[in-house]
Design a protein around this ligand. Structure first.
Ligand SMILES: NC(=O)c1ccc[n+]([C@@H]2O[C@H](COP(=O)([O-])OP(=O)(O)OC[C@H]3O[C@@H](n4cnc5c(N)ncnc54)[C@H](OP(=O)(O)O)[C@@H]3O)[C@@H](O)[C@H]2O)c1
Length: 171
């Protein structure tokens, strides 16, 4: 039987690619796209209300406030969406016993490392966007189990992407 999957940020670039990949690799799943008009991730109650209605087993968060130059001037909004947004979704997922898959970014790293980055590398962001995304990852690592790590979308994406374990059971 297929899973019920809520796709947050459904009008975005990654969401489009995920829909295509999902249709090809897991056509039995029911993918429910949620647009920004339907879910405001910065608002705890917004995500929780709609997810309680849908009752997904997996929530994929592709939302982000990420126009780097605009973000630089809007720190509060960046933190609200990119740091508190995943936190809000994780809390909603925990209440539903759903798994949260969250995307990080290469901007959590400065690029000063000589070798290729791996997920376990310590973050060292150099702009507001990177700081806010790193904050989201850190918050998730506290809310979720200690082995949690975000998937970094940088270059060709492996399929299936590695989920963040935001809830207790989905084995
Ligand atoms: N694109 C890249 O090169 C890249 C690289 C590395 C990592 N990433 C990460 O991958 C993920 C997806 O990026 P993307 O390029 O697909 O972004 P995108 O095309 O801008 O899509 C983001 C989606 O999130 C929605 N959204 C924005 N703010 C929201 C909010 N507060 N609440 C709910 N929905 C909101 C947007 O809707 P509206 O447009 O209607 O606001 C849009 O549907 C993000 O986490 C990003 O940090 C992207």
């Amino acid at each position: 039987m297929g899973r019920r999957v809520a796709l947050i940020g459904a009008t975005g670039q990654l969401a489009y690619d995920l829909r295509c990949a999902w249709a090809e690799h897991a056509p039995e799943d029911q993918l429910i796209g949620l647009t920004h008009a339907e879910v405001e991730v910065a608002d705890l109650n917004s995500g929780r209300a709609i997810l309680e209605t849908i009752r997904p087993t997996l929530v994929v968060n592709t939302s982000a406030y990420h126009k780097v130059d605009v973000v630089e001037e809007n720190t509060d909004r960046a933190v609200a969406v990119n740091a508190m947004g995943p936190r809000n979704l994780a809390l909603a997922c925990r209440g539903l016993d759903a798994v949260l898959m969250h995307m990080s970014t290469d901007y959590v790293f400065s690029g000063r490392k000589a070798a290729p980055y791996v997920e376990a590398d310590p973050v060292d962001p150099v702009n507001v966007y990177g700081v806010s995304k790193a904050g989201g990852g850190s918050i998730l690592s506290v809310i979720c189990c200690p082995s949690t790590s975000s998937s970094v979308v940088a270059g060709p994406m492996e399929w299936p992407a590695r989920p963040v374990r935001a809830a207790t059971s989905w084995n």
